[in-house]
Design a protein around this ligand. Structure first.
Ligand SMILES: Cc1cc2nc3c(=O)[nH]c(=O)nc-3n(C[C@H](O)[C@H](O)[C@H](O)COP(=O)(O)O)c2cc1C
Length: 191
């Protein structure tokens, strides 16, 4: 069983990545292989709405890093998405990835369906509910099962670097519980 954890922050020292690394660490303890992927340094162009994928089952944009990440999402049993909250929303590179992934998967036998996953959002103060909901809507439209936790998997962290995230013991705890539930659901689904 393999889970990819994708982080949408473009910052060199990302709090979001720290929550994802903690999630991946617990999954590994539970016997699940993981890969943490950062969108930092990667180019993900926005969907152009050309609908070429309907005809060709592939994205018309081939000169960026989208296809490689989508291959990893396709091969994985689980997908965890981590996004910083900007203006109460998921960050643009993450939404670009998710829009394109959904359309290509849809016209390829809906290959994301049946996987397990969930969202993590990270904000300094406000906007979690909307961003978290945006990610939940993505999991739902793709037929991906989302296990719960002991609270919403939201991190309270603002300044750059790991320090904020690591000090958020409550948030990290809910991420750990989510990861354990994710591993449990994966084992049951794949048994
Ligand atoms: C352009 C911009 C918009 C932001 N909007 C919000 C916001 O709406 N609510 C909030 O609480 N924090 C907001 N923040 C703060 C980030 O969510 C916070 O710094 C978070 O830790 C970033 O995640 P990262 O460390 O993984 O990059 C914003 C930051 C930037 C740069």
């Amino acid at each position: 069983m393999r889970v990819v954890c994708i982080g949408g922050s473009l910052r060199p020292q990302s709090n979001t990545l720290e929550y994802l690394k903690r999630c991946a660490g617990v999954l590994e303890q539970e016997g699940v292989e993981t890969e943490v992927i950062s969108l930092r340094g990667k180019e993900i162009q926005p969907c152009r709405g050309c609908y070429e994928c309907v005809e060709t089952a592939r994205c018309a944009i081939q000169d960026d890093d989208f296809a490689g990440i989508l291959d990893k999402m396709r091969a994985a049993d689980g997908i965890v998405l981590g996004s910083p909250v900007y203006m109460s929303s998921v960050v643009p590179p993450m939404m670009a990835l998710l829009s394109r992934a959904t359309f290509v998967a849809h016209w390829n036998g809906k290959f994301l369906a049946g996987k397990v996953g969930g969202p993590i959002t990270v904000a300094r103060r406000a906007g979690h509910n909307l961003a978290f909901s945006q990610l939940l809507l993505w999991f739902f439209i793709n037929g991906i099962t989302v296990p719960g936790s002991t609270y919403w998997t939201v991190g309270m962290a603002g300044t750059g670097g790991a320090r904020d995230a690591l000090e958020d013991q409550e948030g990290m705890g809910h991420v750990e519980n989510f990861a354990r539930n994710l591993a449990d659901v994966l084992r049951k689904i794949r048994a």
